[in-house]
Design a protein around this ligand. Structure first.
Ligand code: GAR
Length: 207
């Protein structure tokens, strides 16, 4: 479904916390850096997620769908209904800290993006920046990828690299990576909205 205002694709963003990637995406769209996208809703599984207020300040509709008292299936079904009820075509996970089931992934296959703070396939899962520092890598970064049924394992849309310094704490590295995350996500969403790519196996090739 396209947005009646001008053919833009409706994007839903799922968050759990601070929401800086969400605001970076929203600002990039507002500034015209992601042609063909409209942020339709920001949805959180946590009512106190700071990103909710930031979304509202930008005039974006928000919703909270808590897991509490529900099975994973029921919780996800409600999220899917909230997204589909608003005609959302593309879903961006932006610090959404729950694993999604194959059912959710199947519903949005090829239309579901995630950002992860490492150069995948290195350091999937939680605390990626701490994993990178403790492993002693000299370069890390971020990855935007399509989500499939594997943990942080779907086809890679874009990556941006940063150095890891001898003095880095995980927080230092996280801050350096975050600057690149904000650029990477907007670039990746712009590519996906343009439709100018093909997926060959694991590879996302620009046309
Ligand atoms: C970001 O660094 C994002 O890459 C990471 O959580 C942070 C959310 O920050 N996501 C993951 O680790 C997912 N495995 P934000 O709420 O400010 O966008």
């Amino acid at each position: 479904m396209s947005d009646e205002a001008g053919g833009a694709r409706r994007v839903g963003i799922l968050i759990s916390g601070r929401g800086s990637n969400m605001t970076a995406l929203a600002d990039a769209v507002a500034e015209g850096r992601v042609p063909g996208a409209r942020i339709r809703i920001v949805l959180s599984d946590r009512p106190r997620a700071a990103g909710l207020e930031a979304a509202r300040e930008r005039g974006i509709e928000t919703a909270v769908v808590e897991r509490r008292g529900r099975t994973r299936e029921e919780h996800e079904r409600e999220i899917i209904e909230a997204l589909q009820g608003r005609g959302v075509e593309l879903v961006c996970l932006a610090g959404y800290m729950r694993l999604l089931s194959p059912c959710f992934v199947g519903e949005f296959r090829g239309r579901l993006l995630n950002i992860h703070p490492s150069l995948l396939p290195a350091f999937p899962g939680l605390d990626a920046q701490r994993q990178a520092v403790e492993h002693g890598v000299r370069v890390s970064g971020c990855t935007v990828h399509f989500v499939d049924e594997t943990l942080d394992g779907g086809p890679i849309v874009t990556q941006r690299a940063v150095p890891v310094l001898d003095t880095d704490t995980p927080d230092d590295l996280a801050a350096r990576i975050l600057v690149e995350e904000h650029k990477a996500y907007a670039e990746a969403l712009a590519l996906v909205c343009s439709g100018a790519y093909e997926i060959h196996g694991r590879r996302v090739l620009k046309r």
